[in-house]
Structures are given as C-alpha cells and as structure tokens.
Write a protein that binds this ligand. Structure first.
Ligand SMILES: *[C@@H]1O[C@H](CO)[C@@H](O)[C@H](O)[C@H]1NC(C)=O
Ligand SMILES: *[C@@H]1O[C@H](CO)[C@@H](O)[C@H](O)[C@H]1NC(C)=O
Ligand SMILES: *[C@@H]1O[C@H](CO)[C@@H](O)[C@H](O)[C@H]1NC(C)=O
Ligand SMILES: *[C@@H]1O[C@H](CO)[C@@H](O)[C@H](O)[C@H]1NC(C)=O
Ligand SMILES: *[C@@H]1O[C@H](CO)[C@@H](O)[C@H](O)[C@H]1NC(C)=O
Ligand SMILES: [Zn+2]
Length: 290
C-alpha cells in the first residue's frame, strides 16, 4: 500500500513521501540512487535501436482526449530536479495505442543539459538530443507494472522559433529559482509534433528514484522542433546538484522494443482526438516480468 501511494505521487510531484528515496539523490551520483535504480531489470531510459524494433501487424488508433483544450492557470514549477507542469484534474487523457483502458494525465516535465548535444534521456540509434518532454499519465486500474504510461518526445534545434511552444518556453525564466512556481495558460497539442504516426514502445521505469518499474513508454520518432534560443532558456535553469537532469542509458536486458506506425493513408495531424492508428502487440510483457 505504501508503494502504491508512493508511485501515485510520481517522484517529481512529491517532495518528501519518503525522505531517503526522494530528497537525497543527485544527478551525477546514479550509483547511489535508491530503490530499483541500481538493481532493476526494466529500467529507463534506453537507447532505442530502430533496426531491432519489432513491427506489429495489428493496428489501433492512439486517442488523445482534450489535448487540444486551452488549459488555464496550470501550476508550473521548479521542483529542484526539473520544471514541471501540473495536469492533474485537467481532463487530459490517453487511450488505445496499445494501452488498456484510459490513462489520465498527471503532469509533464523536461530533461536537459547545459551543452547542445546531450540532455534528452532516450537516445535513438545512439543519437543524443538536447531536450526531452515527458507527459506522465496514470491508470490505477491496471496491475503494477503498467499503471503509468509516459509519452516521450525528443527535441531538435532548427532555425526558427516554435512559437507554439512559447506558451511554455517564454514562461520558464520566471521559475529559474528552485521552488519557484507560477500559473500559466497552455495548449499541449499545439506544440506536439504534427506527425505522431510512429512511436517506440517498451516496458520500463521512472527515470528518477525510486525508479519504479511501472511505466509503459511511448517514445515518438518525430522530434519537437525548437530554436537554439528556446533551448537556451532551458539550459539557463540550473540546479543545486548541477547543470543537467538526465539519467544515463540503462541496459535493455531481455526486453523488446516495438515500433508502432499509423496505417498508410491515415493522417495523424488532422484530428484533435485521434492522432493516428497504431498497431498493438502485448505479448512481450510476460517474458520479463517474472
Ligand atoms: C536493490 O537495491 C536496493 C537499494 O540499494 C536495496 O534496498 C534492495 O535490497 C536491492 N534488492 C536486491 C534484490 O538486491
Ligand atoms: C492489457 O491487458 C491484458 C489482459 O489483462 C494484459 O495481458 C496485457 O499485458 C495488458 N497490456 C497492457 C499494455 O497493459
Ligand atoms: C556546464 O556544466 C558543467 C558541469 O556539468 C560546468 O562545468 C560548466 O561550467 C557548465 N557551463 C555553463 C556554460 O553553464
Ligand atoms: C526567436 O525569438 C527571440 C525572442 O523573441 C528572438 O530574439 C530571436 O531572434 C528569434 N529567433 C529566430 C531564429 O527567429
Ligand atoms: C482511426 O483513425 C482514422 C483516421 O484518423 C479514423 O478514420 C477512424 O475512424 C479511427 N478509428 C476508430 C476506431 O476510432
Ligand atoms: Zn522524466
């Protein structure tokens, strides 16, 4: 029960559910992280090797409900380990895309570093990205191991500002200090990639202590494009532990990565609710959960 309560809060949201687990860990000292972090078998992030990702023959639409809603006055906060937008009770949820039931959005947050090369947590074919967005969702009706679904988006620097992303980026300087918080208006769908047809699916963990092995990951292939100027806004946010807040790549062990791809001909950009259709295989879970 304690474990359930703990994971329900998600590491970043809860400052001190468990002092040992929550307060005292640092980036740069991963060998000392508590919980499953050093001895788990389905840890995150991973390097996604696209050539080894298995394609699924079955297809099912990923449904993002209310992501096109104009959210008002949501709390945006420097937690000391990331900057985090609270989405609890916002009505945003996800379904399908290989998930059972409905997962409600809890929060989104970012990972970055102070150099232009690294910062994202996942790598794709060994390639690093400078920033990564995690949209954390939860379905408490599922069994432990699949109660959280996180949508991961890497970022790529291009020549122009992504003005849609300014609803977040332009507000970041206001929460430069640890524990600073403001309320912002934001429309999540507006800055997600217009092409969400392809994503990589694997079973993993939270990337912060206690690294609970309770996350179904979907890492999208198409990056969110931002300018160097917008990236530098994130890189200006520092922590008492240093300049970066991404975890190193973890062993895949005997896990499989699946590639989901929308059916040819179906567009994923047109609809606010139904981005695209995806195939679905759920067989692999049992192979390593034992
Ligand atoms: C895994 O590591 C944690 C934290 O270091 C420790 O409490 C736990 O006993 C370890 N579990 C196993 C099976 O070694
Ligand atoms: C969906 O539910 C089935 C039946 O309970 C289970 O075997 C499978 O692992 C679940 N898949 C996911 C992605 O949660
Ligand atoms: C970037 O971070 C490193 C430590 O990770 C630090 O030594 C360096 O001064 C930082 N550079 C800038 C420009 O903040
Ligand atoms: C991006 O926006 C900033 C702030 O408004 C501006 O200074 C900069 O010139 C813009 N960059 C590009 C590439 O448009
Ligand atoms: C899946 O998506 C396509 C294209 O967006 C749409 O036409 C179709 O109705 C969707 N199917 C379901 C079951 O929602
Ligand atoms: Zn994260």
């Amino acid at each position: 029960m304690k474990t359930l309560l703990f994971i329900a809060c998600i590491t970043f949201l809860s400052p001190s559910v468990n002092g040992a687990a929550e307060g005292n860990w640092k980036y740069g000292e991963e060998e000392n992280w508590p919980g499953k972090c050093t001895n788990g078998t389905r840890q995150s992030p991973i390097d996604i090797i696209t050539a080894k990702a298995e394609k699924s023959p079955e297809w099912k639409n990923f449904t993002l409900t209310n992501f096109d809603k104009d959210l008002k006055s949501r709390e945006f906060k420097h937690t000391g380990k990331t900057i985090l937008l609270d989405l609890e009770g916002s009505g945003l949820s996800i379904e399908n895309g290989g998930l059972n039931g409905t997962y409600q959005a809890l929060q989104l947050h970012f990972h970055w570093a102070n150099d232009s090369k690294s910062g994202a947590e996942h790598t794709i074919d060994g390639k690093e990205f400078p920033l990564e967005l995690h949209i954390v969702t939860k379905n408490g009706d599922q069994e432990y191991g699949q109660q959280h679904a996180v949508l991961g988006f890497v970022f790529k620097v291009v020549d122009k500002n992504n003005t849609k992303f300014d609803s977040i980026a332009a507000e970041v300087p206001k929460i430069k200090a640890e524990d600073a918080k403001i309320n912002i208006d934001v429309n999540i769908k507006s800055f997600l990639p217009s092409n969400m047809k392809v994503f990589y699916r694997y079973y993993g963990s939270l990337t912060t202590p206690n690294c609970d092995e309770d996350v179904i990951w979907s890492v999208f292939e198409t990056p969110i494009e931002i300018s160097q100027y917008q990236l530098s806004i994130f890189q200006d946010i520092h922590f008492s532990h240093g300049y970066a807040n991404y975890r190193s790549i973890q062993k895949l062990n005997n896990r499989k990565v699946l590639k989901f791809e929308a059916k040819p001909g179906e567009t994923s950009s047109a609809s606010c609710l139904l981005y695209s259709s995806f195939s679905l295989i759920i067989l692999l879970f049992a192979t390593y959960m034992l």
